[in-house]
Ligand binder design. Structure first.
Ligand code: ATP
Length: 210
């Protein structure tokens, strides 16, 4: 299902994974996150296989899956507290970055789909992890939130962070590399240049077994 994939990214770089449904984008992302063991091949971080220290790798990754994985009975704020890490970012800053601060005290079950996605992105931001692995991060986001997403990614990259994201739609990213998995259409062109470029960020982690 997913063979002969090879990629290298350096600090500050971003890559979009494109391809048709079932091409293996999410699978690749989960392998990169250390959530799934590859059948063959090696994933290196600074020339060291991640399998040698999966705990360390987990700490350097902020993974956004398809599921927003919020606890429905907890408020947005409480959900973020659950994911706060030592050395992580500020919760108010993360919520502000996705324009969710006014809803901080609302139970997550009452959020709209796009608001849930924003909350999940706030968790990504909060992690302050160098490697962001984002599976269709724009899913459910409105135009303003997609601009915020682009700003967050740009800010992260400016600080030396790396971003790998799957997508079926154009994302507002400058100087981004593309990896089209087999059967994929050509990479989409950027169409977002004229949008604003205020500052922001994002992030989340999803705990799973190999
Ligand atoms: N645990 C598994 N066992 C067997 N097949 C699997 C497993 N997980 C995923 N697959 C299959 O692997 C293929 C790739 O799935 P994946 O979710 O990575 O695709 P994708 O490119 O992200 O698709 P989409 O664009 O729909 O999100 C699919 O055909 C899927 O059914």
């Amino acid at each position: 299902m997913l063979d002969d994939v090879s990629l290298t990214l350096h600090a500050g770089e971003a890559m979009l994974l494109t391809g048709p449904n079932g091409a293996g984008k999410s699978t690749l992302l989960r392998v990169l996150a250390g959530l799934r063991r590859p059948d063959s091949g090696t994933l290196l971080w600074d020339n060291t296989p991640i399998q040698e220290d999966r705990t360390t790798h987990a700490a350097r990754v902020a993974y956004l899956g398809h599921q927003d994985a919020l606890k429905p009975s907890l408020s947005v704020l409480e959900n973020l507290h659950l994911f706060a890490r030592a050395g992580g970012g500020s919760i108010p800053d993360a919520l502000t970055a996705v324009d969710l601060l006014p809803l901080a005290d609302l139970p997550a079950r009452l959020l709209s789909a796009g608001q849930k996605r924003r909350a999940a992105l706030a968790r990504v931001l909060l992690a302050k992890a160098p490697l962001w692995l984002l599976d269709e991060p724009s899913l459910g986001l409105d135009a303003n939130a997609i601009v915020l997403l682009g700003q967050a990614i740009a800010h992260h990259r400016a600080q030396g962070g790396v971003v790998i994201a799957t997508t079926h739609v154009p994302l507002p990213l400058d100087d981004v590399r593309h990896l089209a998995l087999p059967g994929a259409p050509p990479p989409v062109d950027r169409w977002w240049d004229e949008q604003g470029d205020e500052e922001t960020r994002l992030l989340q982690t999803e705990a799973e077994e190999w």
